[in-house]
Design a protein around this ligand. Sequence first.
Ligand SMILES: [Fe+2]
Length: 172
Amino acid sequence: MASVGTEELAHLEIIGAIIYQLTKNLSMEEIEASGFDKYYVDHTLGLWPQAAGGIPFNACEFQVKGDAITDLTEDMAAEQKARSTYDNILRLVKDPDVCAPIRFLRKREIVHFQRFGEGLRIAQDHLDAKNFYAFNPGFDRCMDCSDKPACPKPCPDACPCQGVTPKDCPAE
Ligand SMILES: [Fe+2]
């Protein structure tokens, strides 16, 4: 997962290079006509991270709860949101020199979504792997009913050795 984070920093570099190339050598008339004038007043042509709607980048862009399930689900949503943003850009932009790298970035977000999905599945599969069990749930089926078929599902309270009559054990 660390490699995804490293790659995202490279994505920022790619986007920064696109913005730099699109804005360098703009005339004042071009800046005004393109609606770039407000940004120009605040930042000239320097690269200052913000959303397309003008909201400045800040630490709220990073989310963490410390719960693997929550965080991986959040990561997957973030990748989908990035992919949707690139889809929106591709509907708006016709410049092939912009579309080509955006398509590349879009593909990478899909790969990231898949990687985080695999991580989520691994986390869920091993969620209780380190639990200490008072008994082996694999043994506590109605297997002591030697003359009856073993119960197909765990029913530790229903073990005949404990003198408990299982209510829903098909072996009874
Ligand atoms: Fe990504």
